[in-house]
Design a protein around this ligand. Structure first.
Ligand SMILES: [Zn+2]
Length: 323
């Protein structure tokens, strides 16, 4: 098969293989794993294995079922995502899942229903799924993919066996990127991308590290001058969406640490000079206030994409010279 798992997934995969071999798979698996760990690949490989007609612990890659998976046309594989990216998974979509779950397999084998991201199910969608999980149809395997467990109904969680990806070490990420992409990465970029290997990869390959540097330098100039030229910062932030605000939030958190005399565990561990300079030139009260309002602003922008982001960001930046 085309899919080869990532090195940090091998432990979980071996445990799943044991469950498959011993016929002890729970009918619903909840993968509580952030995006950026390659969770899709793990679940795809699991699904390929269960649908393969050889019924082994790896997909054979040659049977009719494996052929259909490769052509993206397997009738027993249903991967449910929001109909519009970023929106909810509707109750109608879950009702359709429930009806697939009750159908018989086209190949007299398993049916796979994968829901991603499970936290995007509306409450009525989650309740509709719950009914099926409470009385699981035979030979139907559910997999729920979620970034965190917090947004899922406890009743859904209690009906699934939960699997989490353990934190992937900086050494594993560094080694993997060197071997597969010939990329040399620094520790700051790994911390900045929350130890998520695919996010680190994209940080370098999509030139986000350049944008990160630009943002830091524009922001430093902006908040340290009495003129407060917000245009460059806002322009960079609009290009980056939430990621840019997340980096700024980390920066403000590092500045607060410096002001409190904490000099270890900074996210921006390679930007000591910038952090030191900002910690000296902006009052700790103002940094604290701006840190809180930035996090509120991020939440608002995520919840209400229609808001005037440019205006709100400009207002937030002007608060730095408002005192
Ligand atoms: Zn096969």
């Amino acid at each position: 098969m085309a899919t080869k798992l990532y090195p940090w997934q091998e432990d979980i995969w071996h445990q799943w293989q044991q469950l498959i071999a011993n016929d002890r798979l729970p009918h619903a698996i909840l993968c509580a794993m952030p995006e950026g760990t390659g969770r899709d690949k793990l679940v795809q490989y699991f699904s390929d294995t269960l649908l393969c007609l050889t019924q082994g612990t790896e997909p054979c890659g040659f049977c009719h079922s494996c052929d259909l998976i490769q052509s993206g046309n397997h009738p027993d594989l249903h991967w449910i995502k929001p109909e519009v990216e970023g929106k909810s998974i509707s109750v109608e979509q879950i009702r359709q899942c429930n009806s697939w779950a009750l159908e018989s397999s086209q190949f007299n084998a398993k049916r796979m229903i994968i829901i991603e991201p499970a936290e995007k199910m509306t409450e009525s969608a989650a309740n509709a799924l719950l009914k099926t999980l409470e009385a699981p149809p035979k030979n139907c395997q559910f997999v729920l993919l979620a970034s965190s467990l917090h947004h899922l109904l406890p009743t859904i969680r209690s009906r699934c066996q939960t699997w989490q990806q353990p934190v992937i070490s900086a050494e594993v990420i560094t080694q993997w990127l060197l071997e597969t992409e010939e990329l040399t990465v620094n520790t700051q970029s790994i911390i900045l991308n929350r130890y998520l290997p695919l996010a680190v990869k994209s940080f370098y390959q999509d030139k986000k590290q350049v944008s990160h540097q630009q943002l830091l330098s524009h922001f430093s100039v902006c908040v340290q001058s009495s003129f407060c030229n917000t245009a460059d910062v806002v322009k960079t932030l609009l290009k980056l969406e939430d990621e840019g605000l997340c980096w700024l939030s980390y920066l403000l958190s590092d500045i607060q640490k410096r002001q409190l005399g904490i000099v270890t565990d900074w996210i921006h561990c390679d930007e000591k000079e910038t952090v030191e300079r900002l910690a000296k030139s902006i009052s700790s009260n103002l940094i604290y206030k701006q840190y809180l309002s930035l996090n509120t602003l991020r939440q608002q922008l995520n919840d209400h994409p229609g808001l005037n982001k440019e205006l709100l960001l400009t207002q937030w930046l002007f608060e730095f010279i408002g005192e």
